[in-house]
Design a protein around this ligand. Structure first.
Ligand code: CP
Ligand code: NVA
Length: 309
């Protein structure tokens, strides 16, 4: 049994194994309908419990499909529907109950500590569905999408992020270390990631490049990523933050700095960080990106259950 909490704690060879498995499984079900179960039903008989302390469209639906295709059952609950959420039951007792009824637990939360505490108290695997510090399922899936479209290992590509230094970027930084790719980050100087993130990169003998000018960040990029300027857990002056990022919008003029065949990716939901014509334009692959979450998350589940081929 393995947890999937933060990409920086997972060996690169395991991440690569997950991506290879996802590719094989995706190819195998080309003729199947969305909720058809894979022939081998690798998680048949299991119940996976998803818990959301905040909103989600893609994560809950893509995991619903992923779990269904693997032959397991799932239930998605809101934290405030449990005694835990109302303060009427301890985390330890809740974890015992989850381990009694369920075979796997997945959590979207505003607290990294809560994920750690659950991981210590559960007897079943836990998957991080987004926390303040990371969004590992999203970003591993994004690596899959990049390699699928570019038909090359991500280590041979120039990856660029323009926008806020948030949970999604933290996970992208972790993958840049694990898969050894060049990462340019375009953001205002005072919005760079915390020192412990850049220190971790240095400890791993890698480097990331920061640019206060988004055009320089985008130069020669194969892929441009972005995300909302204000995240769900942001307790900031929203108007000020949006104003601080106003020169960092990804529009068709900015895209011209990237390679001609560059693609645009965004985890969604979106805000004004990307113009309508880039988001809906020829270089955008955001819908393929969203769909691939189903395939990669299946292999993440199999990794957690020790069933990767
Ligand atoms: N990208 C993503 O995680 O979307 P949701 O918040 O809708 O799950
Ligand atoms: N950074 C965003 C990602 C949403 C999927 C957030 O945390 O709200």
């Amino acid at each position: 049994m393995k947890n999937f909490i933060n990409l920086k704690d997972i060996p690169a060879k395991d991440l690569r194994k997950i991506l290879n498995d996802a590719k094989r499984r995706k190819n195998k079900r080309k003729k199947l309908c969305k909720a058809d179960i894979d022939k081998d039903q690798p998680l048949k008989g299991k119940l996976i419990i998803q818990m959301y302390e905040k909103q989600s469209s893609r994560t809950r639906l893509s995991f619903h499909l992923a779990i269904t295709q693997l032959g397991a059952g799932t239930i998605a609950i809101k934290a405030n529907e449990l005694h835990l959420g109302k303060g009427g039951e301890s985390l330890a007792d809740t974890a015992k109950i989850l381990s009694t009824y369920g075979d796997g637990f997945m959590l979207r939360t505003d607290s990294d500590k809560k994920i750690e505490d659950f991981s210590k108290n559960l007897d079943i695997p836990i998957i991080n569905l987004l926390s303040p510090s990371s969004h590992p399922c999203q970003v591993l899936s994004d690596v899959f999408t990049v390699e699928e479209i570019k038909k090359k290992p991500i280590s041979n590509l120039n990856i660029c992020w323009i926008g806020d230094c948030n949970n999604v970027l933290n996970s992208l930084i972790a993958t840049s270390v694990k898969f050894k790719f060049n990462l340019n980050i375009g953001c205002p100087n005072n919005y760079r990631p915390p020192k412990f993130v850049t220190d971790w990169v240095k400890t791993n003998k890698r480097n990331i490049n920061f640019f206060n000018d988004p055009k320089k960040a985008a130069k020669n990029a194969d892929v441009i990523f972005s995300d909302k300027v204000v995240s769900l857990n942001d307790k900031v002056n929203k108007a000020k933050k949006i104003k601080d990022f106003k020169n960092f919008q990804i529009n068709s003029i900015l895209m011209k700095n990237a390679k001609k065949d560059a693609i645009f990716l965004h985890c969604l939901p979106r805000g004004n960080e990307v113009s309508e014509n880039v988001f809906l334009g020829m270089q955008s692959r955001v819908w393929q990106q969203a769909l691939n979450r189903v395939h990669v998350q299946k292999s993440i589940l199999l990794y957690c259950f020790g069933k990767l081929r």
